[in-house]
Ligand binder design. Structure first.
Ligand code: HEM
Length: 84
């Protein structure tokens, strides 16, 4: 482990990010730490295929195999993600 200007640097921590709140997330794109996903449709597609491969990826991120209808109904249209 290496400490650079207060930032812990180690392969054990590579690609790890705090899980963010999803409250009002429909209003705050683009998404992820680097803004690499333009829409919530992109995010749901990402989780639907089980995320990107990485040695530090959580085992909780697995393919969801949602249908197109499920992808639209179960997340994108939920009011709590855009309650303003
Ligand atoms: C279908 C289930 C899931 C949905 C719909 C979902 C949705 C999202 C969304 C919309 C973001 C972006 C938030 C933003 O940029 O403000 C996000 C980021 C994130 N999610 Fe999830 N998530 C799911 C499952 C999970 C699981 C199971 C984990 C971990 C075990 C997880 C960990 C994270 C982390 C660490 C980030 C930040 C990634 C980054 O900044 O690059 N998510 N999620």
């Amino acid at each position: 482990m290496r400490l650079t200007r207060g930032i812990v640097s180690s392969i054990f921590y590579e690609a790890l990010f705090k899980v963010p709140t999803l409250r009002n997330v429909a209003l705050t794109g683009p998404y992820m730490h680097d803004g690499s996903m333009r829409s919530l449709h992109d995010v749901v597609d990402h989780y639907n295929i089980g995320g990107k491969n990485h040695p530090n990826k959580s085992n909780l991120v697995q393919p969801l195999n949602l249908t197109n209808q499920e992808k639209d109904q179960q997340f994108i249209t939920e009011e709590k993600f855009k309650d303003r």
